[in-house]
Design a protein around this ligand. Structure first.
Ligand code: PEP
Length: 238
């Protein structure tokens, strides 16, 4: 089980550091679950420091495919490793939809990060329109195959199934819908699959109890130490 908190563009260094200290205390004694937080770039150093010698990993929200170069606004795996960051999300639907990231870009990011020794959470998921027109499996197949073609079944690769219509909307996939999509993804690529999309303390245990659900990528509910710790605890007992 892996529970990762995607903070998106929230929490500057001071707030992030205070949160990390609080979370560390709340997760003491919680076992059987790996936990990662994904702060914005400018808060990574503060969070790495606050979580020094703890079991909580610090991941970035994105990472570039080149070691260095003329890529304004981008950050390489080596730069993040130097800070003590050990992994990254790639292909979040906000990156795909708002910033035009293609399957090919996502796959290249995943491959370079894995080659650098990073843990990678690669996000896939269908929009509401795609689900309603019966294209969910086709969309997942295209997205997962792009990642698996570039990155292979690398040991540190985890897929996050995040139906776009469930992200930040309060609408969660039913446990059956999540299970069906996760089983389909695992049939394409034999890696752990996290569920993402309005995971909260109230629905975490049921989602995590599905056979093919190996954890969660949590957005909104990861911004509050109480709710994020509660989700981590639900995963540790399921
Ligand atoms: C996310 O941003 O990856 C996410 C799943 O957000 P939320 O939990 O807020 O739906």
């Amino acid at each position: 089980m892996l529970i990762a908190g995607n903070w998106k563009m929230f929490k500057g260094p001071a707030e992030a550091e205070a949160f990390a200290v609080e979370l560390r205390g709340r997760l003491e004694g919680v076992s059987g679950v790996d936990v990662a937080v994904c702060p914005p770039y400018t808060s990574l150093a503060a969070v790495v420091q606050a979580l020094d010698r703890s079991e909580i990993a610090v991941y970035a929200q994105n990472v570039h495919w080149a070691g260095d170069g003329a890529y304004t606004g981008e950050v390489s795996p080596a730069m993040l490793l130097e800070l003590g960051v050990t992994g990254s999300i790639v292909g979040h639907s906000e990156r795909r939809q708002l910033f035009g990231e293609s399957d090919e870009m996502v796959a290249r990011r995943a491959r370079t990060a894995l080659e650098a020794g990073f843990g990678v959470i690669a996000c896939v998921g269908e929009t509401l329109e795609q689900r309603e027109s019966g294209d969910t499996e086709l969309v997942l197949k295209i997205q997962v195959e792009a990642i698996s073609f570039a990155a292979g079944a690398h040991e540190r690769l985890v897929i996050a199934y995040e139906p776009v219509w469930a992200i930040g909307t309060g609408k969660t996939a039913t446990p059956e819908m999540a299970e069906e999509a996760h089983a389909f993804i695992k049939g394409l690529l034999d890696r752990p699959v996290l569920y993402g999309g309005s995971v909260k303390p109230e629905n975490a245990a049921e989602l995590m109890s599905q056979t093919s659900v190996d954890g969660a990528l949590v957005g909104g509910a990861s911004l509050d130490p109480d709710s994020f710790a509660a989700i981590c605890r639900a995963a540790s007992t399921s």
